[in-house]
Every structure is written in C-alpha cells, then in structure tokens.
Design a protein around this ligand. Structure first.
Ligand SMILES: Nc1ncnc2c1ncn2[C@@H]1O[C@H](COP(=O)(O)OP(=O)(O)O)[C@@H](O)[C@H]1O
Ligand SMILES: [Mg+2]
Length: 193
C-alpha cells in the first residue's frame, strides 16, 4: 500500500512540473540550502535563465500533495520521499535540476549526496544567505504583499536558524544582498564543464 501511495505522489509531482528541459548526457544536481527569505528561489530563477534545468521548489511541490499544508514532520517526510524519487527519475532521464528547499540539516542533505554518488552525477552545492536585517525586511515585505498570511515568517526564520548546520562538502556561498552574477557565472561554468 505504501509503495502504491508513494508512486502516485511521485507521478503527481512529475506532472506538475510541465514540460521538461532537453536531456543532456551528463546531468548535474544542484542543491541550494538556506533559511527562509535568504533568496533561494530568486537565485534558482536566475540560474534557470542561464542553464536549461528543472526547478524543484519544495514549497510549490508541497502544495501539489497537500493543498493546505500543515508543515508537520509526517507531511515533510512524505513530501521529501517523493522529491527524492523524482530527483532520481529526472537525473536518470538526463535532466539538469536544482532543488530549491531549505536543506538545513546535514542529515537531510545526506540523501541528496547519496543519490548523486550512486548515480555518478555531479553535485553542485550552494549555500544562499543574506544579512538578517535584509531577510527581516524582505519577509516583512513578502507578508505585506500577500493577504491573510500569518506572521510566522520571521518566527520560523529564527526557529530554523537554530537547526542550520554547516555544509560539510565543498560548496558555493551566494550572498543575495550583493550582485550574484559573479558566483552565478562560476556555477554555470561548473555545470557546463
Ligand atoms: N537579490 C535580490 N534582490 C532583490 N530582492 C530579492 C533578492 N533576493 C530575494 N529577493 C526578494 O526577497 C524575498 C525572499 O526571497 P526568496 O527568493 O523568496 O527567498 P527564499 O526562497 O529563500 O525563501 C522575495 O520577495 C524576493 O523577491
Ligand atoms: Mg523560496
């Protein structure tokens, strides 16, 4: 039963992506990591303008499986289990992809490392960050622009900050309070190498 459910989760996520970019001989898995409001989605958008890749945004995919998300541990477990299967499926098809999720704990990133290692796929890690005062101003603005949202954002940021762990592998640091073009150039070069 469990397998049936998780297979359909993956299919639903895959369908929600729409048309995929063209397959390549050596696909790359890009993983971003960062607290809410640091600019992960902004950075992934900039990257997608430069390289034909599928963007797997966990916030969007969560709503495909759970239209009214509860952000419980069970919900996240089922979501990320499906995301991990989807990543593997797309990489096997030769699709470059970027995972846009907070990916704050090394334990969670280990799954991604092992998928890349097992498939012999290049892994590019990017830690996205911005000064706290910049993030706070962004989150406030994001909140003001959307009606009916709770004030949870900055609280969530502060709570998640406690659980953030340094990335143990080689990675790029992307500060979105500055011009991201130089580091973007380096990452694009590494993907195309
Ligand atoms: N480099 C930037 N310049 C201007 N605004 C930015 C930049 N990066 C992010 N933002 C804005 O800050 C807010 C949070 O960024 P977002 O990419 O949604 O963060 P995250 O995906 O990490 O939660 C958004 O409204 C976004 O448009
Ligand atoms: Mg985002």
């Amino acid at each position: 039963m469990e397998n049936v459910r998780s297979a359909s989760d993956v299919d639903r996520l895959a369908e929600s992506l729409g048309p995929l970019p063209e397959a390549v001989a050596r696909p790359v898995l890009v993983v971003v990591s960062g607290l809410p409001g640091t600019g992960k989605s902004y950075f992934c958008g900039r990257l997608a303008e430069r390289v034909p890749l599928a963007v797997l945004e966990s916030d969007t995919l969560r709503k495909v499986l759970f239209p009214v998300p509860a952000y419980t541990a069970d919900e996240s477990f089922r979501l990320f289990q499906a995301i991990h299967h989807l990543i593997e499926r797309l990489l096997k098809k030769g699709i470059h992809l970027v995972l846009d999720a907070t990916n704050l704990s090394e334990r969670h990133r280990e799954y991604l490392y092992s998928i890349a290692d097992r498939l012999g796929v290049k892994l590019v890690l990017a830690q996205v960050e911005a000064p706290p005062e910049t993030v706070q101003a962004r989150l406030r603005r994001r909140l003001e622009e959307r009606e009916g949202r709770s004030d949870a954002d900055w609280t969530v940021y502060e709570k998640m900050k406690e659980s953030a762990e340094a990335i143990h592998r080689q990675h790029y640091v992307v500060d979105t309070s500055r011009d991201v073009t130089p580091v973007l150039d380096k990452i694009v070069k590494e993907i195309e190498r």
